[in-house]
Write a protein that binds this ligand. Structure first.
Ligand SMILES: O=C(O)C(=O)C[C@]1(C(=O)O)C=C[C@@H](O)C=C1
Length: 346
């Protein structure tokens, strides 16, 4: 036993050093973040991440560490580096409409950059619960939009198109309003028209990440409308960059096409895959959880994630204008593969 204890003491010594070294690394990363902010550069530098990864792989080979350790550890290290890199940004009066997962993700970023945030919605108790999590403030909707300067709605499309939201649109003259819908085909023209009529500035955004906190370095698509000019867009690009995201200015059409590729098809396959796995395991009467391969574990993680946000996923499937085309193609490709494999058997 004393031998184990002795070894454990040595392990603890090494842990002390690892933690100290990681913190020293973060201190340096923080300085990189300050320079990037001065130079208006985004937090994420994918090219540099690949360079760092290649160095780590060489080191791993030299010292006999498995490469899979590198590929598991480095993404975690990078994601925490990015949190350290986000500094306080110019203070804006931000109103978050809604208190779901995406509101929480955005609130966590605004906490890092020390923004002034009011969280509101139809249920003020729920709004208050989220506000308390980040030490922000809750007000009723009308007071909040009177106070705010940037209004970010996390409401679903049906709410954005309702009389309830019309009341908001008619009380935000001169302010910037953003929605975060994944499919914008219905809501964009509707809010754009409202913005021209009610004299507010509409810029549609789509955070390209899920409802997880501290999404530093993730992308956000920005879609200008007829009521926004170049200065507003430039200001928002800087705003999102300073708040730790990677802004991408695009058009409504390009956005919807891109989402057909990166959301509609993958979600469609994953939902079908989820059902197929469940049904086959029942039919064959096998508890597959005992037999998870590493790849299966990754795939199943994704399946669980998308099942958690099934409402949003079904909404995208029904609202994206290219969804029918994407799904038809998806089914056709499955059939082709099925036939190809059948042919091989003959
Ligand atoms: O070198 C940089 O630019 C950093 O910000 C540091 C670092 C890292 O942790 O090594 C973190 C994030 C970037 O995406 C790339 C690399």
């Amino acid at each position: 036993m004393s031998e184990i204890n002795d070894l454990r003491r040595q392990i603890e010594d090494i842990d002390d050093q690892i933690v100290k070294l990681i913190v020293s690394r973060f201190e340096l990363v923080k300085k990189v973040g300050e320079i990037k902010k001065e130079k208006n550069l985004p937090v994420t530098d994918e090219k540099r991440e690949e360079e760092v990864r290649q160095r780590w792989i060489l080191l791993a080979r030299r010292y006999g560490l498995s490469e899979s350790f590198v590929d598991t550890f480095l993404p975690i290290l990078f994601s925490y580096s990015k949190i350290y890199e986000v500094n306080s940004a110019k203070k804006r009066r931000i109103v978050l409409l809604g208190y779901g997962g995406m509101a929480r993700a955005l609130a966590s970023l605004f906490k890092l950059t020390k923004q002034e945030v009011v969280i509101t919605g139809r249920d003020l108790l729920k709004a208050e619960k989220l506000s308390n999590e980040f030490n922000f403030v809750t007000m009723d909707i009308l007071n909040a939009i009177r106070w705010g300067e940037l209004i970010i709605s996390t409401f679903p499309p049906a709410v954005l198109l309702s009389d309830f939201s019309s009341k908001i649109y008619s009380n935000i003259k001169g302010k910037i309003f953003m929605d975060i819908s994944s499919s914008k085909n219905l809501v964009f023209p509707y809010i754009e028209e409202k913005s021209l009529k009610e004299n507010f500035i509409y810029v549609s955004i789509h955070p390209l990440f899920g409802p997880y906190i501290y999404p530093v370095g993730e992308r956000v698509a920005i879609i200008p409308s007829k009521s926004s000019n170049d200065d507003v867009v430039k200001d928002l690009v800087k705003f999102f960059r300073d708040n730790g995201l990677y802004p991408l200015v695009t058009t409504l059409e390009e956005h919807e096409k891109a989402m057909a590729i990166v959301q509609v098809i993958p979600h469609f396959y994953l939902l079908a895959l989820s059902e197929s796995i469940n049904k086959l395991s029942k039919e064959l009467d096998i508890d597959f959880s005992k037999y998870q391969t590493t790849n299966f574990r990754e795939v199943y993680k994704l399946i669980r994630k998308i099942n958690d946000i099934k409402d949003v996923i079904m909404e995208i499937q029904s609202l994206n204008p290219y969804a029918d085309k994407a799904r038809e193609l998806g089914v056709r490709e499955l059939n082709n593969l099925y036939n190809e494999l059948l042919e091989k058997k003959k």
